[in-house]
Design a protein around this ligand. Sequence first.
Ligand code: MF3
Ligand code: CO
Length: 256
Amino acid sequence: MIPIKSERDLKVMRKACSVAATVLDRLCKVAREGVSTLEIDMAAKKIMSELSCRSACYHYRGPDSRYPGYVCISVNDQVIHGIGTADRILKSGDIVSMDVSVVYQGFVGDNTRTVFIGEVAPETRKLVEATDIALHKGIAAARAGNRVGDISAAIQAYVESCGYGIVEEFTGHGVGRHMHEEPQIPNYGKAGTGPLLRAGMTLAIEPMITMGSPEIFVGEDGWTVYTSDGKPSCHIEHTVLVTDAEPEILTIPMQD
Ligand code: MF3
Ligand code: CO
């Protein structure tokens, strides 16, 4: 069953998502050359408490351990679920994806951005721009009456037209009272297939795109996902509301 959010749910859900986006926005300013990924994680913890929300990732249960960080911080060949550490110092040329999922008054907002540190190689910048475009193609397909496969196919078509790889082992997902709800939203698939989209569904759409091979492995920490070929990858995510008209991106930062 895919949850349909009531107007009352949506009131809180909208707020949860704008809080998640605000945390992410502030973290993007913390991520600079010379800063460790642990410092980013500690900043996330502090910002979340200032904004009266908590991390949906902290102590999230995995196959054999609980996630130890507050946000996922993945650098270069790290695809997703990177854990902040004191010895990983950001340097010029890095790309850093920050995945922020927060719980606010019982609802989850989920979003990810990938930022540039210093001077980033043009081909790496292109990867990030393409991932962002792919995400927005997916969002545009998130319309009532369409199916999940329409989102997947839109992302896949764009990514493949650029010659990049699509990570298949992880997907987007419904999001609301829980971080992961139905449906799963793969970043590849066939248009016209899968569950029907209806107004009131809230979806986290999140392409994970690789410059080279889409093959991945999980590192020794049991969480961090890496590209097998060591080439860069990119992850960008929004939480989106399906409506009877245009899809609405919910993870927009609060104005300050
Ligand atoms: N926020 C991620 C997602 O988009 C999941 C984080 S996994 C965790 O699904 F272990 F860090 F919680
Ligand atoms: Co997500």
